[in-house]
Design a protein around this ligand. Structure first.
Ligand code: PMV
Length: 374
């Protein structure tokens, strides 16, 4: 007799922060507001196979595979997530759950793999729960996966509980997360209720020309990083520059929003680079201190800056918590970069390779295969 199951496949992208989330309170609440670009090609693909079982005991009925292999570290994080937030997915939890995850980029190397993985997880679970509520009988009808804004906020909220930055990957384009604390907020920005619980897309406040911006990621190293982001957040609790960092991030959030609104590209470049360097400065000045940049990261950074100065074009770098360098620029200069800057960077080391990414639309349902009634 063939086994009955429901299988769902989703994808969810990574995002690159322009203003970095660094440091958190209990309950995954950020010390400061952050602002990001949702990516398109750097993403996680997650398949969940659900087998109906009589007694659903999560511990016995749960497996997580990453790129075909059992991944116990992530498995325990997902299990914890399901145990804590399972009340949002009561129908999903009536099944044995087998997860298969993979990324289109090296994980734990400073591309926000936790952002794409946890946003994919929260999204897939919510789609599955909606589907199970909808399709309780074998009678065929068409399931339309339409999520309203409120549901996306709920998914963003849940994704945040797995990994803070995951809450931003749920929305397309430019996305903000966290309360903004500055004395004089620009009038237009005040209309929004920025909050710590879930992310908010800010595309309506962004000049259309920014919507063609791209992110070419230069992979300097795909080794596992030595200090995780969770440890990095924790070190901010006792960091000597904690208060200054929080103030700077709030101020830069407002300045960057102004640049996005008015297409002030050169100021945008300066601010984005200051944020990236400050994030790494926090790592270098914590106790214990640590360094995630590699000599090659610095060489890439220097060449990006020289290129901007020599050609007076808007191109800048940013870094996540890792050595890889994200290069941001408008699509219309891609060919110029491909002809002059990228070959120079690629000649620095045969190990360097790049992912040409761009702004993306957030998570997507790829397929649903319902074999429960066969
Ligand atoms: O979401 P976490 O806990 O993996 O932290 C991400 C922190 C940074 O990637 C360094 C910055 C950010 O805002 O994405």
């Amino acid at each position: 007799m063939s086994q009955k199951f429901l299988e769902i496949v989703v994808t969810s992208p990574s995002n690159i922060a322009l203003v970095k989330y660094w440091g958190k309170h209990h309950g995954q609440l950020p010390f400061n507001p952050s602002l990001s670009m949702t990516l398109s090609k750097a993403k996680s693909i997650l398949k969940i196979t659900m087998f109906p079982v009589a007694n659903s005991r999560l511990d016995d009925h749960f497996e997580y595979f990453f790129e075909g292999k059992k991944e116990l570290n992530f498995q325990s994080k997902v299990l914890k997530f399901l145990k804590t937030h399972g009340d949002h997915f009561p129908n999903v939890l009536k099944h044995k759950l087998v997860f298969h995850g993979e990324n289109t980029f090296p994980h734990s190397s400073g591309i926000a793999s936790s952002a794409s993985s946890f946003s994919a997880l929260a999204y897939a679970l919510m789609v599955a729960e909606n589907y199970l509520l909808f399709q309780k009988t074998p009678i065929q009808s068409e399931f339309k996966n339409t999520m309203d804004h409120h549901q996306l906020q709920q998914i963003s909220h849940l994704g945040r509980m797995g990994s803070g930055s995951a809450c931003r990957s749920i929305f397309p384009g430019f996305v903000s997360w966290g309360e903004v604390n500055v004395d004089q907020l620009d009038h237009e920005f005040q209309k929004n209720s920025w909050n710590n619980l879930f992310a908010t897309p800010v595309n309506s406040l962004v000049d259309d020309r920014f919507k063609s911006w791209c992110d070419t990621i230069f992979i300097v190293s795909d080794e596992l990083k030595k200090v995780s982001s969770s440890e990095g957040h924790e070190l901010m609790n006792t960091h000597p520059f904690r208060n200054e960092r929080i103030q700077n991030a709030n101020r830069r959030w407002v300045q960057l929003m102004e640049c996005l609104q008015n297409y002030r590209v050169m100021d945008f470049c300066d601010l984005v680079e200051s944020e990236a360097l400050e994030l790494h400065a926090m790592m270098m000045t914590s106790t214990p201190n640590y360094l995630l940049m590699k000599p090659l990261s610095l060489e890439v950074i220097q060449l990006v800056r020289s290129f901007r100065e020599d050609y007076n074009v808007p191109v800048c770098f940013t870094l996540d918590a890792g050595p890889n360098v994200h290069i941001l620029y408008p699509r219309e200069i891609f060919h110029q970069l491909e002809q002059s800057l990228f070959p120079k960077l690629e000649s620095l080391s045969s190990k360097l390779y790049r992912i040409d990414d761009e702004l993306g639309n957030g998570p997507q349902l790829i397929s649903m295969n319902d074999q429960r009634f066969v």
